[in-house]
Design a protein around this ligand. Structure first.
Ligand SMILES: [Fe+2]
Ligand SMILES: [Fe+2]
Length: 288
């Protein structure tokens, strides 16, 4: 085990097609200037999984000159082209195929992907929420169990894993609780996710012990209650320090929401979790 701090940038929900041009340039410059040990992108690269959005996303990601792992978000699966959705869902990722769901091995630490995006969910509609299939979970657990003894893991996925919303038990991620318990029983420092467009740093209690959940905000104009941001993670031994970096100099504690909402829509019901900075837009920007 090394004592050298490992610095990671955890970026999510860039949503090319509705990206924040200033925010993505700022994040790209930060990667070039500071050269983190790796960049982890937890999904929703695009807004509508259109070819021109993927071209822009792949171009941006390929310019990052450090190790990168990319998870797939629900917005990255072609929605209108059902043939592609079912038979070649990742075709448009071709230029960065080698980075998709890629494990990154750092000294004493591994970034291990977990797929939470599915092509179809027969149980319900819409398909935007998470689903940890038995096969996807097994793949992640096998990868963790194959790590050299003492290696710590950060698990990267798109959807936060809690199965049900705290306030009313609404279904969020199918099979999430089982997955969380399985990860808590292993040497997992935290689960990194995106999808809800506000940062958070929460600890869930599972049957197998506590599990830390770290969420990154968005670099898009589709903000929920915080300005565009990404997370800087510094890992020293078993400690993970999180900073929710943003262009507005908002302190991390004021960027983080206290509970998980259902999705990335701006809060529309009383009681929806809002970060202390409360940058809540009245409406979502239109998508063309
Ligand atoms: Fe998103
Ligand atoms: Fe999403």
């Amino acid at each position: 085990m090394t004592e050298r701090p490992i610095r990671l940038f955890h970026i999510s929900d860039i949503h090319f097609g509705l990206e924040d041009a200033r925010a993505i340039r700022w994040a790209q410059d930060a990667v070039a200037d500071e050269r983190p040990d790796a960049v982890i992108i937890t999904g929703d690269l695009t807004m509508r999984a259109r070819s021109r959005e993927f071209t822009a996303a792949c171009h941006w990601i390929q310019a990052l000159d450090v190790p990168v792992s990319v998870e797939v978000g629900n917005h990255d699966i072609p929605y209108f082209n059902l043939y592609e959705r079912f038979f070649a869902p990742y075709r448009r990722f071709r230029a960065i195929e080698h980075l998709v769901e890629a494990e990154i091995d750092l000294p004493g630490l591994a970034i291990v992907p977990l797929k939470t995006t599915t092509r179809a969910q027969w149980q319900r509609f819409p398909w935007s929420n998470g689903w940890v299939t038995a096969a996807a979970l097994q793949q992640t657990l096998t990868a963790i169990d194959a790590l050299p003894a003492g290696t710590r893991a950060l698990v990267a996925c798109h959807h936060p894993l809690p199965e049900r919303r705290e306030k009313d038990g609404k279904l969020l991620t199918i099979n999430g609780d089982h997955a969380m318990a399985a990860l808590a029983g292993r040497n997992v420092l935290a689960v990194l996710s995106g999808h809800i467009h506000d940062p958070f740093d929460l600890t869930a209690q599972t049957e197998q012990g506590p599990l830390r959940m770290i969420g990154a905000g968005t670099l898009s104009r589709r903000i929920r209650s915080t300005p565009p941001s990404f997370n800087e993670l510094v890992v020293i031994g078993d400690t993970v320090r999180v900073t929710a970096r943003n262009l507005e100099q908002v302190h991390t504690a004021d960027m983080q929401i206290p509970a998980l909402p259902e999705n990335a829509l701006p809060p529309r019901e009383p009681g929806e979790p809002v970060a202390p900075v409360a940058h809540v837009p009245a409406v979502d920007p239109p998508v063309h």
